[in-house]
Design a protein. Sequence first.
Length: 562
Amino acid sequence: MKSDEIKKGPDRAAARAMLRATGLGDKEIYRPLIAVVNTWSDVTPCNMHLRDLAEPLKEGIRAAGGTPLEFGSIVVTDGISMGSEGMRCSLMSRELVADSVELVTRGHCLDGVVVLVGCDKTIPAGAMALARMNLPGLVVYGGSIMPGNHNGIPITIQDVFEAVGAHAADKIDDAELHAIESEACPGAGACGGQFTANTMAMALTALGLSPMGVNDIPAVHPDKNEALRACGQLVMDAVNQERRPREIVTAAALRNAAAVVTATAGSTNAVLHLLAIAREAGVEFEIDEFDAISRNTPIIGDLKPAGRFMAPDLFEAGGTPLVIERLKGAGLLTDSPTITGRSLFEETAGAGERPGQEVVVDFDRPLKPRGGFGILYGNLAPEGCVAKLAGHGEFKFTGPARVFESEEDCFRAVQNREIEAGQVIVIRNEGPRGGPGMREMLAVTAALVGQGLDDSVALMTDGRFSGATYGFMVGHVAPEAARGGPIGLLRDGDTITIDVDARRVETDADLESRRADWQPRPHAFSSGALAKYAFMVSSASQGAVTSFPDLDAQGADQPRPE
């Protein structure tokens, strides 16, 4: 066992003495030692129940012959930090969580690991850490929140953000806004639509790093504890059989994950996160994969933000196994290994479907003929960008640019009713380096929806979008403005054309004539974690990672990777 390095032999007596002080005896010490890395926090409903879920998980590990050792990590909650400076910390937290999982596990020479996750960035972070360490383990999602209820209508946090826009447009009053915010989030669990958390929970199941069906179970469902107990037993089986993440995270498995994301019109953040997981696993997987998969995969999941239903509805309808069986039947998936030791198709054989369910439709009557995003290039995005198509029926938009240097500047203009139909809103200096942190633009996009502008404007940014965003949106523009990307050279009034079918985002403005006058915006942070992140982070087209496992080691005097 890996843990023999800290517990076997006379020279490890001091380490054993300290383990005994925690309450362990000989039997527990000499069993496999399993990290339970918990992203619990009481600042957010997404993760506030994970401390309780850790107990049945640890019971399962003990019952299967292991000794669980629980550690903490962090979470930055998107729904709370959205629209503020705090949102700069969200994507960066993915890297810190992955690093902390690695450090506690390597630092104590542990034999396996389970990462308990909730809000958005903790989910890919767990998978990145597993792929990086290649240690037997799995990622377990705490589950979705249940719907709120306002005037008899199910609502989510998405409705609150949109209500802010409606309030600014005088469509609702203070009392109505207060009622919506009071009723949207009834308790524990991550945001309930096919937003980033539920998107990535489904993606990790298709990828094979989360047990089939467990991530689908809502946070407060009575079956959740028993499922966590079974996960504890499963990680011990993976340790005993030496099933390792890099045997599971293959190019085929990543394509499967991308297919379930696009078939359910999931979050465009999945592009960043799957690229990052691939990079940690040393798997060649490029951004263009997402365009090919999206073009060939119709949308069959009628889920918010663009659809009608929420994650608990999907669970009751048949969950991820049903989505995978639909895709398998259409020949859009490849059978691949999973952490259970059974293949993906073995895991979903005989998947149940609730009679009369409307959440997942058949392929002969898809909701949309193609998936929910596209990868575009052109003179405004030489390294590519991601178009979010969910909820929008048009694939081409041309209009004059309205340029903003930050999310706050744009949000003020939206709230002041200064945006006009037909414009292409440009928000720059919000990329991984320039933000720093690549903030999500949900406050802006939801306000546009609330004002009824979602079908009449387009938006492009070197930042990101929330999984709750819908409309004609283009994000992840690379190179970003802070790296000298063309988006930094645009001016108000420049004509921009976004053409999804042609895979182009372009302007006829003479950008190069302006380059000599361009200067990068000074960084907002000269020290601390955000400054370090800005220095290290790669392009969005590479997953915005700060770990570079496929590059030769570089000395301190060498330039940082681009």
